[in-house]
Design a protein around this ligand. Structure first.
Ligand SMILES: Cc1ncc(COP(=O)(O)O)c(C=O)c1O
Length: 354
């Protein structure tokens, strides 16, 4: 069955796999919806816009993304309430994708093209968007180099894909994080602010060591002195100290998170004092010791707000205040969950109803 809508060729599955999915127990990132959106870049333009069944693809072993890592991605979600489907700040994700693309010498994608593709995909896979507050449809847009060439230069051909995973909670419990004072996620002048695949590969080994020591995640510090806090795993990190919401500034090594900037805007709107400034490991540990550290959490699309209950530093674990007593982050989580499903006044224009 094949139909042409706008300039996107749509081929639907003959039989949906949705009946096989236990939506009450979905493992994060392992279940894929029926369809995906794909397009190709060559001769200076994006072409072959298609929605097809989710399927394996065939490539030459020589494609350059496999060897030299010209590969970038995004992570975003679609939400559903009854017959309404919503995306949250999707344009910001695609703007960030284009910034990552520029840094990695990859082509940009016109916003309209990618938004049209996403909207059509969500319409086709609408039934895969869970309709409750804790679940959603995770969307994975990504682009990779497809030149068959063993030589280091920007590829001339690329593939772009969006596929979808119905997901539940990313973390099932508050996090124990370890302040990393040896390994580095990103250095000044590097690619930390791009969502480049290699950033994640290089974080695996230090994260594995932290897991072996009983921590869920790392708190990354700056590459030069390991003195300043940067991010937590794949989330931006935020602290409430003496009633002020503090998060590290975007200086090039940190991913400019869409949850981060939303949290800052909401907290400001609610009258909280917020600061984007360098925060030292010493300041956090001192605040934890003298009980002025009221809240600590990660902010990111996958988990929205991930509470941090223990911070480990140089062999000592510092217990943070009980999660139930954390006024701001609990309020933020509820508000974000509601606004994303069209249940709050969207005065910022963040929500698009598909
Ligand atoms: C390294 C890193 N930091 C922060 C974030 C949070 O960004 P966002 O809120 O846009 O999901 C992510 C997730 O995309 C990430 O991978």
């Amino acid at each position: 069955m094949s139909t042409e809508i706008a300039s996107i060729k749509i081929t639907k599955v003959e039989a949906s796999r949705i009946g096989e999915v236990d939506f009450d127990n979905i493992p994060f990132g392992k279940v894929f919806s029926d369809h995906m959106f794909t397009m190709d870049y060559s001769d200076g333009e994006w072409k072959n816009l298609e929605i097809t069944p989710f399927k394996d693809l065939t490539f030459s072993p020589a494609i350059s993304s496999l060897h030299y890592g010209q590969s970038i991605f995004e992570g975003m979600k679609a939400y559903r309430r009854g017959e309404n489907i919503y995306t949250f700040r999707a344009k910001d994700n695609f703007d960030r994708l284009n910034k990552s693309a520029e840094r990695m010498c990859m082509p940009s994608i016109p916003n309209k093209l990618v938004m049209d593709g996403l909207r059509e995909l969500l319409k086709v896979d609408k039934d895969w968007i869970p309709d409750n507050e804790s679940n959603s449809l995770y969307l994975r847009p990504f682009m990779f180099a497809t030149d068959e060439y063993v030589g280091i230069r920007p590829s001339e051909k690329y593939k772009f894909i969006i596929f979808c995973c119905p997901v539940g909670s990313y973390y099932t419990e508050p996090l124990k994080v370890k302040i990393e004072t040896h390994y580095t996620r990103a250095a000044n002048g590097g690619v930390g602010e791009a969502k480049a695949a290699g950033n994640y590969a290089s974080s695996l080994y230090p994260a594995k060591l932290a897991n072996e020591q009983g921590y869920h995640q790392l708190l990354w510090t700056d590459s030069k002195e390991h003195k300043y806090i940067e991010e937590s795993g794949t989330m931006n990190v935020m602290f409430v100290i003496d009633n002020v919401l503090i998060t590290p500034p975007l200086t090039g090594t940190i991913l400019p998170g869409i949850t981060r900037k939303s949290v800052l805007e909401i907290a400001k709107d609610w009258g909280y004092k917020t600061e984007e400034r360098q925060i030292t490991v010493d300041e956090v540990i001192t605040a934890a010791k003298n009980n002025t550290l009221q809240e600590a959490f990660g902010a990111g699309t996958a988990a929205t707000i991930a509470q941090i209950e223990v911070i480990g530093h140089e062999g000592t674990n510092y217990d943070l205040p009980a999660v139930k007593d954390r006024e701001l982050s609990n309020k933020l989580l509820t508000f974000l969950n509601r606004i994303k499903r069209g249940l709050e006044d969207d005065k910022w224009g963040w929500i698009e109803k598909i």
